[in-house]
Design a protein around this ligand. Structure first.
Ligand SMILES: *Cc1c(COP(=O)(O)O)cnc(C)c1O
Length: 399
């Protein structure tokens, strides 16, 4: 079955729900059983890890199981588990695979709350963290230790958009008995197939493109058969559970994700290419542009591009940058991304980086290109540059 068809059919069972196209929202805590025999039978099925065999609301409802079944199928993993946020998914996956005395390799480009969780929380429980250069590929071998249990990857990197050589990293990790955990939010289940590239546990901040409308928080972890029991048990030990209304919104968003992503991809490349021609711009960091240092790897491993990328302005005064951002009408100032609307947020990675110095001095901005007409978005940015120039003439082009 082709991918677009799978996106429509995955996890749907109308015959179980009075013929309804969509799995309804099941709310509930207690689940009643007709007899002791039925209760014992259900417990047995649950112990045997039968999908959907649940004895209590915290372990999910048919709404949750529909999303889990769909994402496992789309990402190409064994089973999936829903979480109340993307960060809860990252934190639980890492907690499941690490114990006191273990060592984890973490990419310098990781989503910063994930990094904080590892160092501030798991660090307190005796897990050692080494930050590695996201572009080092198989070079991570030098940092592997006998107690390295997890290599954490995120490609492209949050904010800075380095593309990682996941197959090369996975080969080294597996040779040393470590598992590869990937934050695959940018790639989505459609544009990067983690389990074809050696990943053991894949994480989606479903808050982004799966929900797709900026109206719910959700996370999903998808596992290999080997890693699934640990992830599942740890999820239950930590009491992680998501609300069925949010899960329903994710299921609803999922069905249109391909058409939305095709447009985000196309419009994102159009806006990024236009920005590259502007004299006020130092660098555009978009993996689908040939100027991106990781472009060849992106072409080799990815099936598309999200609408999220970074642009570094030429050095300008803070007042001029502020005038640029404030003048934008279609790019809202805010974090998160993956909704239908365009967003802009300034960032400064130089303070966090330990493996490589951020080479730019101008203000960096992360842009999310939404589903507006790209011509309007370009006109909006053009207005921003006019506002910037009004405050300050840009530093001249370097020779
Ligand atoms: C947003 C995001 C997360 C966290 O997701 P939440 O649902 O906001 O907790 C994790 N990883 C990446 C790459 C993200 O962009």
């Amino acid at each position: 079955m082709k991918e677009k068809t799978r996106l429509v059919t995955a996890g749907r069972h109308p015959e179980r729900f009075a013929g309804l196209v969509n799995t309804p929202i099941f709310r509930g805590s207690t689940i009643l059983h007709g007899s002791m025999a039925e209760w014992e039978e259900k417990k047995k099925r649950r112990a045997a890890d039968e999908p959907g065999a649940t004895t209590y609301g915290r372990f999910g409802t048919p709404t949750h199981h529909a999303l889990e079944e769909a994402i496992a199928e789309l990402e190409g993993g064994y089973r999936s588990q829903v979480f109340p946020s993307g960060l809860a998914a990252c934190a639980t996956a890492l907690t499941a695979l690490l114990a006191a005395g273990d060592h984890v390799l973490l990419t310098d480009s990781a989503y910063s709350p994930t990094r904080t969780f590892l160092t501030r929380v798991l660090g307190r429980f005796g897990v050692e963290v080494t930050i590695y250069d996201p572009t080092s590929g198989g070079g991570i071998e030098a940092s592997m230790r006998p107690n390295t249990r997890v290599v954490y990857v995120e490609s492209p990197g949050s904010e800075t958009f380095e593309i990682q050589d996941i197959p090369a990293i996975a080969a080294v990790a597996h040779r040393h008995g470590a598992k590869v955990v990937m934050d695959n939010t940018w790639g989505t289940p459609l544009f990067f197939k983690p389990f074809e590239h050696g990943v053991d546990v894949s994480i989606q901040a479903a808050t982004k493109y799966i929900v797709g409308h900026s109206d719910a928080m959700l996370g999903i972890v998808t596992c290999t058969e080997e890693t699934w029991p640990l992830i599942k048990r740890t999820t239950q030990d930590l009491g992680q559970t998501a609300g069925p209304d949010d899960v329903y919104l994710a299921l609803r968003g999922l069905r249109t994700m391909n058409v939305r992503l095709q447009q985000h991809w196309k419009s994102g490349v159009e806006v990024a290419s236009w920005l590259e021609t502007r004299p006020e711009v130092e660098k555009v960091l978009h993996p689908a542009l040939p100027s991106h240092p990781g472009h060849a790897l992106w072409k080799r491993d990815f099936l598309g591009a999200a609408g999220l990328f970074a642009v570094v302005l030429k050095p300008a005064s803070p007042a001029a940058v502020e005038a640029f951002i404030d003048s934008l009408q279609l790019f809202g100032i805010g974090v998160s991304w993956g909704g239908y609307e365009s967003l802009v947020i300034p960032f400064n990675p130089s303070g966090d980086r330990v493996t490589a110095k951020w080479p730019y001095t101008g203000q960096a901005l992360r842009l999310h290109v939404g589903l507006e007409d790209p011509a309007d978005l370009i006109a909006d940015l053009e207005g921003g540059f006019a506002a910037l120039a009004e405050i300050e003439v840009c530093t001249p082009l370097r020779a």
